[in-house]
Design a binder for this molecule. Structure first.
Ligand SMILES: [Zn+2]
Length: 250
């Protein structure tokens, strides 16, 4: 088997490189999602390949792949001959996103309510640990952390509910609702209330039938009610400055 060793090595290499590439792409997707959520990247911002490539220390080709992926998720809009822009949802799209979230998150809450009681200790720990992080961010008035943690709270519930497909759909919907919130919030307020999240955690632990699900629907209604679906956004954004403290690629 003289061919065994020469074929083995090159075969393994591209696989390793593919893994590295996709994790770098995942990192950029996450960073852009967080920048949208905490309003550093408002809807309509032009995303130039060159600036993003420099900001993240990656090739323009890799940036292009990320932008395509975000366009498929409707977080980014690609306009021929003009480039990529942070998507600017219409009021109708904003309402659709919240309607979709109510459907998906109702299903997630119903799954959680069906879990045997008492809830497993590791699940209780995760809920309480998350609640403590949100409390601390609120105490420190750390707006960036509050926004990041409030999105993570919804994803944590999706994850522990044990339906990865629903969790994947919710990940996209949360990025799109961040866009809707950024485009249409009435004032620069924090939209997901830590207080609501505390009540949700207590309801899940307490297990009065239907209570946690009803609270989640009220919570999403309240977030949507805070939107002014007539508002407009316009800003000039320096991509390199926004991502200046991104870590160097590994
Ligand atoms: Zn929330």
């Amino acid at each position: 088997m003289t061919t065994a060793s020469p074929t083995k090595t090159p075969r393994r290499e591209p696989r390793a490189r593919t893994g590295a590439r996709s994790s770098a792409e995942a990192r950029i997707v996450r960073s852009i999602g967080e920048a949208i959520a905490d309003r550093r990247l408002p809807p309509g911002t032009k995303l130039t390949e060159e600036s993003l490539a420099e900001a993240f220390g990656v090739s323009r080709e890799r940036v292009r792949k990320v932008l395509l992926l975000l366009a498929q998720r409707r977080v980014v809009t690609l306009i021929p001959n003009r480039g990529a822009f942070v998507a600017k949802p219409t009021p109708r799209e904003a309402r659709e996103v919240f309607e979709a979230r109510r459907i998906v998150e109702r299903a997630i809450m119903e799954r959680l309510e069906r879990l045997p009681r008492p809830l497993p200790a590791d699940l209780l720990d995760r809920l309480r640990d998350h609640g403590a992080l949100e409390d601390a961010a609120e105490r420190d008035a750390d707006r960036k952390a509050m926004i990041r943690l409030s999105g993570q709270f919804h994803l944590l519930l999706a994850e522990v509910a044990g339906n990865a497909t629903l969790a994947g759909i919710l990940t996209d919907l949360i990025d799109r609702s961040s866009l809707a919130i950024a485009a249409f919030e009435r004032r620069s307020s924090h939209t997901c209330s830590a207080d609501d999240h505390r009540r949700l955690i207590a309801a899940l632990i307490g297990n009065r039938p239907g209570e946690a699900t009803a609270l989640m629907i009220d919570h999403l209604d309240e977030v949507e009610r805070q939107l002014d679906l007539e508002a407009k956004t316009d800003a000039r954004i320096d991509l390199k400055a926004i991502f200046a403290d991104e870590p160097e690629p590994a």
